[in-house]
Each structure stands twice: as structure tokens, then as C-alpha cells.
Design a protein around this ligand. Structure first.
Ligand code: GDP
Length: 412
């Protein structure tokens, strides 16, 4: 069976935030909207996504226990859990290694907080492309521009506003989309909130033009051809602008900034659009490398991110549940069928894969094959630990190991 989603339409992302900035709420909203869109045209039995979340909340566990797969506009988004608390730095580190991009949430009132700084530096270490979501725009004291300034002051980065807020605090009603130069407003609140396009309000027009110019200057600076097109025609197509935004996001030349309130359901759909527009597919980031020799820190060879290459994967989380031991694996190259044998090069022995699953918000789905770029949970691995390389026995490789333990980063 061929793969169901092309590699270019896969996004392996994490959501990181200072505690209380809204990571759980944003993740829930994402699963709610994507779950809903996923259900169109498909019959799902059992609980709805929200029911499932209620149950999870009652049980007091996080919904994204390791990785959850969902769909948005023809793309497959795998959300990999990145624990936020500082005590879990090793865990954060572990999961950062396997994701290709991240949503970085900061709070509209507090801006960048100390733990956000720590997580930011960790993501820097793995060159994880990031988009920033300024959450809680509905709260008293929320200030988009102050929060953006805190990104410059505390993280020393080049934030790039893709949106401007319309209204503030409890009057926050929507955003100006600076890429498409239109307004998006939400009607209602909570889960029923629906959104629609609207003209940019008159009082924001000048400001929107000013920020649009900044957006163009910054985004096009990463691409000579686009810059030339701009000088020739005086503008560029939305397509060209988006392409430049993606390029700059991947290289880290700038960090796109969006805003909203996850709790009141304003801004989550544009955030999802930004994930598929600006965060990279698995084959759009520099690939993971092999280790030259056990115990040596050589350059190694870059793994080819393709279905046609031999299978290579990395075990990044082990979970025990009522079904047994689940080994979460990030597949880098090749494909694998349930029942296949793999070589654990870290341990030096072969293991047989039992059943394989993809985890969704409301169910686990058994799959028969996994392909390059996928994240899946395997059953049947008896002696594989977090950080181990799994590969095709005919072509043994050891993947670049995750750096443990993570030194505590001094941010004082
Ligand atoms: P986490 O610790 O980052 O996972 O944060 P949570 O998602 O658990 O949110 C922390 C608190 O902030 C909860 O009480 C949420 O209801 C609240 N919260 C989250 N998002 C928003 C928002 O957009 N606006 C407001 N006013 N509160 C929010």
C-alpha cells in the first residue's frame, strides 16, 4: 500500500511554553478543530474528541502523552509532546530531537518568561524552526507589542509580525492578516466561535500598511529572486511571500509571530494554517546524521529522508499502558511493515516489530506500514530504550545520539 500522505504534507511539530502560558488549552483546541475536520466524510465510532479530552482531564493526564496524529487541510500534523517544566529538561531535549518545527507559546500579559528562555535556547541547539503564538490576548493587561518587544529583549531574536490584533483585552475580536492584507474576526466565544474575513478596520489601516512593509522587507531579504520581483513590480504574490516566509522560518532568519486566545478560540485556525505554510516537512530540514564510529563525535553521513532508502528510525519515548509497552519511533528513512525485523544498532541485536499504531486524540489506529517522516508507536520491542537507533539489518547505522544529560542552562 502506498503512503496515504505525501512526505511534503507531513509536519512533525512540538508545542512548547512556559507553564500556564496555555500549551494544554492550545493543544486541545487544535485537536478539537483538526479532529472535527478529520471527521468530515469519515465515520468514527465511540467518543468525540472533546469527550475524550473530558475523560483525560478527569483522569488528570496530558492528552498528548507522547505523540498524537491529526489532519489539517490535507496535511498530517504529528504533535509530539514536549514537556514544559524545567525539571523535565531531559524530556524536552529528547523530544526536540525528533521534531521538525515548533509552536512557541508566550503569554500576552507576561511576555517571555524565564522558562520560555530556557526552552528557546534548547530549541536553538537543535535548530528547530519556530513560529510564535502570543496567547491570552483577551486578558486584562495583554499587550501584543510589549510581548513582541520581550522577544527581542529577552531572546535577542528577530520577531516578524504576521498579524496585528484587532481590539484589546475583552474587546479582542480578531486579527489583521498582514500576509493577505485582510482582517479575520471571530463571532461568539468558546468552542462555538466561528470566524470570517472582514475589511481591515479604518483605524488600523495605516499601522497595517507599515507592518506589511516591514513584513515584505524582512521576508524577501532571504530570497534574491523574490526581492527582484518586488523591485520590478512593486509587490509580490501571496505565494511568493509565503515561500519566503517559510524559507526564513526554516533558516531562523526571523521568527513569525501570531496572536490570539486559545481559551476563547480566537486565532487557532490561522495558527494551524501557519504550521502547514511555514513549518517544514521532514525533508525540508537538514537531515539527522549517522555517527561515524561508536563513541566518536564525527560528522557522519546525512540520512536520506526518503521512502526509497533503507529503514532508519529513532526510539524517542517508551510508554507502558494496558496494551503493553509502546515504543514511539520517529521514522527518518525507508519504510517498515508490521512483522519486519529491525536491528537495534545501539544495543547490537535484532528485534521483531509487532503491531504498529498511530495515536489520535480519540482513538489509536492500527497501521500496517510506516514511511519516512512518520511517527508511530510500535508494540513488541523488548529491549529498545529511548535514544536507540533502529534500522534495516542489511544496512546498520547509528544515528546521532541525543545529548544526555542536558546541562542546566544558566539564564541569569
Ligand atoms: P499550560 O500550563 O501551558 O499547559 O497552560 P494551560 O493551557 O493549562 O492554561 C493555564 C491557564 O490559563 C488555564 O486556567 C487556562 O484556562 C488559562 N488560559 C489558557 N489560554 C487562555 C487564554 O487564551 N485566555 C485566558 N484568559 N486564559 C487562558
Amino acid at each position: 500500500m502506498p503512503r496515504s500522505v505525501p512526505l511534503s504534507k507531513i509536519r512533525n511539530i512540538g508545542i512548547t511554553a512556559h507553564i500556564d502560558a496555555g500549551k494544554t488549552t492550545t493543544t486541545e483546541r487544535i485537536l478539537y478543530y483538526t479532529g472535527r475536520s478529520h471527521k468530515i466524510g469519515e465515520v468514527h465510532e465511540g467518543n468525540t474528541t472533546t469527550d475524550y479530552m473530558e475523560q483525560e482531564r478527569e483522569r488528570g493526564i496530558t492528552i498528548t502523552s507522547a505523540a498524537v496524529t491529526t489532519q489539517w487541510k490535507g496535511h498530517q500534523i504529528n504533535i509530539i509532546d514536549t514537556p514544559g517544566h524545567i525539571d523535565f529538561n531531559i524530556e524536552v531535549n529528547r523530544s526536540l530531537r525528533v521534531l521538525d518545527g515548533a509552536i512557541f507559546i508566550i503569554e500576552g500579559v507576561a511576555g517571555v518568561q524565564p522558562q520560555s528562555e530556557t526552552n528557546w535556547r534548547l530549541a536553538d541547539r537543535y535548530n528547530v524552526p519556530r513560529i510564535i503564538f502570543i496567547n491570552k490576548m483577551d486578558r486584562t493587561g495583554a499587550d501584543f507589542f510589549k510581548a513582541v518587544k520581550s522577544l527581542v529583549d529577552k531572546l535577542g531574536i528577530t520577531p516578524l509580525e504576521l498579524q496585528l490584533p484587532i481590539g484589546a483585552e475583552d474587546q479582542f475580536v480578531g486579527v489583521v492578516d498582514l500576509v493577505e492584507m485582510k482582517a479575520v474576526v471571530w463571532d461568539g466565544s468558546e468552542l462555538g466561535a466561528s470566524f470570517r474575513d472582514a475589511p481591515i478596520p479604518d483605524h488600523l489601516l495605516e499601522q497595517a500598511k507599515e507592518y506589511r512593509q516591514k513584513l515584505l522587507d524582512t521576508a524577501l531579504s532571504v530570497d534574491d529572486a523574490a526581492m527582484e520581483e518586488y523591485f520590478e513590480k512593486g509587490d509580490v504574490s501571496v505565494e511568493t511571500l509565503k515561500r519566503c516566509l517559510k524559507k526564513g522560518t526554516i533558516s531562523g532568519a526571523f521568527r513569525p509571530v501570531l496572536c490570539g486566545t486559545a481559551f476563547k478560540n480566537k486565532g487557532v485556525q490561522p495558527l494551524l494554517d501557519a504550521v502547514i505554510d511555514y513549518l517544514p516537512a521532514p525533508n525540508e530540514v537538514p537531515g539527522i546524521r549517522t555517527v561515524v564510529e561508536e563513541g566518536q563525535a564525527g560528522e557522519g553521513r546525512e540520512i536520506e529522508i526518503s521512502d526509497d532508502a533503507k529503514f532508519t528510525g529513532l526510539a524517542f519515548k517508551i510508554l507502558n499502558d494496558k496494551y503493553g509497552t509502546l515504543t514511539f519511533v520517529r521514522v527518518y528513512s525507508g519504510m517498515l511493515r508490521s512483522g519486519d525485523q529491525v536491528l537495534n544498532t545501539t544495543k547490537g541485536h535484532k528485534e521483531r516489530i509487532g503491531r504498529m499504531f498511530q495515536m489520535h486524540a480519540d482513538k489509536r489506529e492500527e497501521i500496517k506500514e510506516v514511511y519516512a517522516g512518520d511517527i508511530a508507536a510500535f508494540i513488541g520491542l523488548k529491549d529498545t530504550q529511548t535514544g536507540d537507533t533502529l534500522c534495516d539489518p542489511s544496512e546498520p547505522v547509528v544515528l546521532e545520539r541525543m545529548a544526555f544529560p542536558v546541562p542546566v542552562i544558566d539564564i541569569s
